[in-house]
Design a protein around this ligand. Structure first.
Ligand code: NAD
Length: 464
């Protein structure tokens, strides 16, 4: 292993999955006491190395320390504490109620660990997206390999060093590297694969998993739309959309990608955005005192800049660029559906505004596209809020805010269709790595006596 980058040789990597399998088969990760002890160690790992982790995140992507703390360390720590507080209840066997005639049978559901897990993480939130799933794996009793992104090497190297120091090396290990290393890992048979990243690689993961019929969680990206209704509170709407857009310089899976605004309120909306921007960034955004990071690398920077150069819309705010990785928050108005900014997920600090006649037109346009990770809506109209739900499937719906849903770990988080498959956060993280195994114990005294079920009366409401 290279001791600077913590990258194993391919031969060393080949030996790791069998080691984890031996650990799982030995039953070591199963007792709740073991899981609790690993979770406590995991929590200590964060408490005792907060500063070093923030430093690594800053090195990798200029992430301001405050943002690194609130968006990466706090949610991971919360997941660990939530698992510690609830593991007993989550892992408890459940007695299922059955029909009277078999009520003396034993009918139980046991939440059991799926087995060995592979967690593959992306670069944009390199700590929380690697370690939030790990909290679920540990709580569920699954050994796991974490494969961080090669595009955030400082965080990846630190993660490997810390996991080696704090967690059980027989069960939890960070394997660094890029596609080659990921491919070696994927060639092994896993009991669950948890992948976060872009949908193109998501398809590769799904195909590889299909070879062994391995279950997968796919946390993918997509263009999450925002619908602004005429009745919304414009000041709050503008502030909250801008706040979501500027997180991590727009390099966020749940970033408000683009916004549909009724023509009648576009000028007022833009003015409100300008006021919010002036409050967020009273000085030049590139000043070192401003909490503003950068694009992960020049290639990604160029992709975003290229989209901006090709747009037929009008830049009404921002648009400044500095060096090879810094783009100021930028608002583009009068953007059409066939604009360059609408071709792919923007994944940068550009917010296109698409004019529509009304909310219904916006909803129709969204329904024509693939299912986004999240659908944001700003309205005070209760009827509109309710109507939105069944119209189009998205991973989730957030009304009157953006980005904040990541803090609400009581709700499952995940995409649907093009934006992913499976969910996590809070108990859903435990569930992602858990198989609910039924146990049926039939008394030897039971004599098979079939009933004619189809003669039971149907509820009257089912008649046409
Ligand atoms: P990335 O390039 O870091 O790739 C993600 C991981 O996949 C890395 O560990 C990488 O090594 C691995 N990988 C890449 N190619 C591979 C291959 N051919 N085979 C196996 N593994 C491979 O990150 P990215 O994909 O550019 O991440 C950004 C994307 O992730 C965006 O689309 C974003 O919306 C999405 N995302 C989704 C969520 C979510 O929770 N739904 C969170 C963050 C990011």
């Amino acid at each position: 292993m290279d001791t600077d980058s913590y990258i194993f040789t391919i031969t060393e990597i080949e030996e790791i999955p069998p080691r984890l399998k031996r650990t799982f088969r030995s039953g070591k990760t199963l007792p709740l006491e073991y899981r609790r002890q690993q979770l406590i160690q995991f929590g200590r790992m964060i408490q005792e190395n907060r500063s070093a982790i923030e430093e690594a995140l800053n090195t990798d992507m200029g992430k301001p320390r405050f943002e690194a703390g609130t968006s990466e360390l706090v949610p991971t720590f919360t997941s660990i504490v939530t698992a510690l507080n609830n593991i007993e209840e989550w892992a408890a066997p459940e007695k299922r109620k059955v029909e009277e005639w078999r009520s003396n049978w034993e009918t139980m559901v046991y939440p059991v660990p799926k087995g060995c897990a592979l967690i593959i993480a992306p670069w944009n939130y390199p700590f929380v997206l690697a370690f939030n799933p790990l909290a679920g794996a540990i709580a569920a009793g699954c050994p796991a390999i974490i494969k961080p992104s090669e595009h955030a090497p400082a965080t990846a190297a630190l993660s490997a060093r810390l996991v080696g120091k704090y967690l059980d090396p027989d069960a939890y290990i960070v394997v660094n590297g890029g596609v080659a290393e990921a491919t070696v890992l994927l060639n092994h048979r896993w009991d669950h694969i948890f992948y976060t990243g872009n949908p193109t690689v998501g398809r590769i993961i799904a195909e590889v998993a299909a070879r062994h019929l391995t279950s997968v969680t796919l946390e993918l990206g997509g263009k999450s739309p925002v619908v602004v209704a005429e009745d919304c509170d414009l000041e709050i709407t503008a502030r909250r959309i801008l706040c979501g857009k500027v997180q991590n310089c727009g390099q966020l899976c749940i970033s408000p990608d683009h916004v549909y605004v009724p023509r009648s309120i576009i000028p007022a909306f833009i003015e409100a955005l300008k006021r919010a921007y002036a409050k967020f960034y009273p000085e030049n955004v590139f000043n070192t005192s401003m909490a503003w990071g950068r694009m992960i690398h020049p290639a990604h920077h160029n992709t975003v800049i290229h989209q901006l150069e090709k747009t037929m819309g009008t830049v009404v705010l921002g648009g400044e660029v500095e060096g090879e990785t810094r783009i100021a928050p930028t608002i583009v108005s009068e953007v059409a559906m066939d604009d360059a900014l609408m071709e792919a997920e923007i994944f940068g600090p550009i917010l296109p505004i698409l004019p529509v006649d009304d909310v219904d037109e916006a909803i129709k346009r969204i329904a024509d596209g693939p299912s986004p990770l999240v659908l944001y809506a700003f309205t005070n109209d209760e009827a509109l809020q309710k109507r939105r739900a069944p119209v189009h499937l998205s991973g989730s719906i957030v009304i009157n805010d953006t980005y904040i849903q990541l803090l609400v770990y009581e709700l499952p988080f995940g995409g649907f269709g093009e934006s992913g498959n499976g969910q996590y956060l809070g108990k859903s993280s435990f569930d992602a790595f858990t198989h609910r195994r039924s146990l049926l114990h039939v008394p030897t005294s039971y004599v098979f006596a079939p009933r004619v079920f189809f003669e039971d009366p149907l509820p009257s409401s089912s008649r046409r």
